[in-house]
Structure formats: C-alpha cells, structure tokens
Design a protein around this ligand. Structure first.
Ligand code: ADP
Ligand code: MG
Length: 246
C-alpha cells in the first residue's frame, strides 16, 4: 500500500541527541530517520544503552533533540515553545512506563482523571468509565493500585494515557515488570487498541515475544537505526537480536 505523509503519526528526521559536554559527552542518538504510521504498532528494540528510551522521549516531546526534526502529525515540535509543547503532550501524546507510575493513595478512577485535573479540566464520570471499560477494568474503578495485579495496574496506566484520546501512545518497556501471563494481558490490550480503535502505538521492549505483537520492529544499536523487520515473529526477532548482541 502506498502511504502518504498524512498517514504518519510521528516522523523523526535526522534526530541526534547528545548528553553532557567535553570528554564526558555521550551520543545517545545519531542521525535517526524513522516514522510511525497511524493505526500501527511499532516495537523499538536494541541492546541496553542503544538509545531506545531517548528515541521515545524525543518522539514524544518529553525531551528535545540536539539536532534534527520531530513531526507529530503535521506539527514540527522543535518550533514550539515550552508552553505549546506541554499542551501538545497533554492533548496528543500518551506515555506509559515500566513502573506504572500510579499514585498509591488514589483509586483507579482518580488515577485516570489525575492528568486532566492537573491540566485544570475535570473529566466527566462517563469519560473515566469509558476508558476503564476500554482497558477491561470497568468494575475496578474504586480499587487502589495495591489492590490490583501488576497487569491491572498497567492497564490503569493505559486508561490514564487514553483519556485525552492521544494521537500516539508511547510505552517504554510496558511489560518489563510483569510476568508472562500479565504481560500477555497488557500486550493483548495494546494490540486491540490498534486493531479496534486505530490507535498508534510505539513501544520499547527487550522481549522478542512482546515485539512479535507489533507490526514492525525497529532495531537500534549505538544510537542509530540498524534495521527493521516487518510482520515480526519471535524467531525472526530473536535472530536479529542475537546478531546485535543484545
Ligand atoms: P536504552 O533505553 O536503549 O537503554 P537510553 O536511551 O536510556 O538507552 O540511553 C542511551 C545512552 O545515553 C546511554 O549511553 C545512556 O547512558 C545515555 N544517557 C541517557 N540519558 C542520559 C542523561 N540524562 N544524561 C547522560 N547520559 C544519558
Ligand atoms: Mg531504556
């Protein structure tokens, strides 16, 4: 299928990211070109320290590249002020972490509503119910994180990311803290968001099983894109990772 530029949810053009200066300078990303197509799931893989988290944070507007350009849809985010970037992140980007980052004292409904409340808006009860139902936790709204399994907690974090109806959902090792069964729970959910709701998902993972749920895998080594696989399988991903020494 021929895709036009409009189908690209996120595009990185020649993105570089340096940390520090002088002798201690680290090149976390070098001249990265890639794009993420709307309504697809991409996995980002590579050895530890290869720049996966930096790539995700630059693509999500959480970090600013040292060089190059990041487009979210048709918006060049390098031209935005801090205030505009904060607004874009709130309205158009969802981000989930390995460690869930839920507030332990708040129940699921309040955790889901928190980002919007912090932005000075109060989501309706129906909005909160809708995203909790979407992640299969319609009956868990009153439960606190400690009263839920790791997989359920990560699904609350996904609901929290979805409440703003983001263009793109970024996930940095979303199953990294989960066992095989609860990982599958979270991956099934992410896959269904792509297949049934047309969500765009970009997830970093170490796990070939998780990567095989994606439509495409991008491999990084030493801050650069090494290659990619379409329609990955556990076997093809494992083979590629062995080649990278990761
Ligand atoms: P990955 O997620 O693939 O493990 P990262 O993107 O976290 O890799 O890191 C890529 C490189 O950049 C590593 O060498 C790391 O040590 C370095 N790095 C990441 N964040 C910072 C930072 N805030 N300050 C200095 N160096 C950093
Ligand atoms: Mg990382």
């Amino acid at each position: 299928m021929i895709r036009s530029a409009i189908d690209q949810a996120v595009t990185l053009r020649g993105v570089g990211r340096l940390y520090g200066r002088g002798d201690g300078q680290v090149t976390a990303l070098r001249d990265v070109h890639c794009s993420f197509i709307q309504g697809t799931c991409t996995a980002v893989m590579g050895p530890s320290g290869s720049g996966k988290s930096t790539l995700l944070q630059c693509a999500a507007g959480l970090d600013r590249p040292s060089s190059g350009q990041v487009m979210i849809g048709n918006t060049d985010i390098s031209t935005l002020s801090e205030t505009e970037l904060t607004k874009l992140r709130r309205e158009r980007i969802g981000f989930i972490f390995q460690s869930f980052n839920l507030m332990p004292s708040l129940n699921a409904r309040k955790n889901v509503a928190l980002p919007m409340r912090l932005a000075g808006r109060r989501p309706s009860r129906a909005q909160v119910d809708q995203v909790l139902q979407q992640v299969g936790l319609g009956d868990r709204g009153k439960h606190r994180p400690a009263e839920m399994s790791g997989g359920q907690q990560q699904r609350v974090a996904i609901a929290r990311a979805l409440i703003s109806q983001p263009d793109v959902l970024f996930a940095d090792e979303p199953t990294g803290a989960l066992d095989t069964n609860t990982s599958r729970e979270v991956l099934t959910l992410l896959r269904s968001l792509v297949d049934n709701a047309g969500q765009t998902v970009v997830m970093v993972t170490h796990d070939p099983v998780a990567a095989a749920w994606a439509d495409r895998v991008i491999f990084l080594t030493d801050g650069a894109v090494y290659g990619e696989l379409l329609d990955p399988t556990v076997e093809s991903v494992t083979e590629q990772m062995a080649r990278l020494g990761g």
